[in-house]
Write a protein that binds this ligand. Structure first.
Ligand code: DC
Length: 227
């Protein structure tokens, strides 16, 4: 049975990929998979257990043993790891940087790869991350790479943090974003890069709705093409 397409959505932090991937999944009745949340959970759990973010083999043991569960609560993606609700905890900026650090280790990536592929095995999935189109699902039906200027991405992230009641300076948010981007783009394993067959969409001047429509348009195009 064909349950639907596999759609890969990659891009740098705050490019809108999470929001857009979620909206596309909802529109199509597909499952949404947030792979960044997995790396974030590994970083968080490692910290709780005193495992340093630069110890690849020890981190891989953490990643291999984690049991993830994702569920929808209204509009919020609830992430439960080993029975503990980490939905909010994994969104902190330092955990984002931790995720970027732990994700540099090939052992950690290998531990999460099978899980990620398994979630897409039956199709009908929108998966977002950094290496979905290049490594996780190289045969995805549709690959999208969302990008935006660093200023616009920092503006979005800053707005999000302020909304959550955090007191942070724009310059600080921008700097943190650039550090993480550089680390994700320059790492030797599965770096952040658009797959050669990905459609790049610059969301700098697009609303969430416009970006979502652009992706849905590509989905329709794909369907027409394949009959
Ligand atoms: O998308 P995000 O901000 O939640 O991702 C957090 C970090 O996890 C990101 O900086 C790099 C890493 N990551 C990755 O290496 N590969 C993925 N597919 C997703 C995230």
């Amino acid at each position: 049975v064909n349950r639907g397409l596999c759609i890969a959505v990659d891009g740098p932090g705050s490019s809108g990929k999470g929001t857009v991937a979620r909206a596309v999944a909802r529109e199509l009745g597909y499952q949404y998979v947030d792979t960044g949340a997995m790396y974030r959970a590994v970083a968080l759990v490692a910290r709780l257990r005193g495992v340093p973010w630069d110890d690849g083999p020890a981190l891989a043991l953490v990643a291999e043993k984690l049991s993830f569960s994702f569920s929808w609560d209204e509009d919020v993606l609830r992430v439960v790891v080993d029975g503990r609700d980490v939905t909010r905890a994994i969104r902190a900026d330092d955990v984002g940087l931790g995720a970027s650090n732990v994700s540099r280790h090939s052992e950690v990536r290998a531990a999460l790869l099978a899980l990620q592929r398994g979630l897409a095995a039956e199709g009908g999935v929108v998966m977002d991350g950094r290496d979905i189109g290049t490594v996780v699902l190289p045969a995805a039906d549709l690959k999208v790479f969302l990008d935006a200027s660093v200023d616009e991405r920092a503006r979005r992230r800053h707005e999000e943090l302020v909304r959550d009641g955090d007191v942070v300076h724009f310059a600080q948010v921008r700097e943190a974003l650039e550090v993480r981007d550089r680390q994700d783009r320059e790492r030797p394993v599965a770096p952040l890069v658009a797959a050669p067959d990905a459609v790049v969409i610059d969301t700098t001047d697009l609303t969430v709705r416009q970006a979502t429509q652009a992706v849905l348009e590509l989905v329709r195009g794909h369907r027409d093409e394949s009959g």
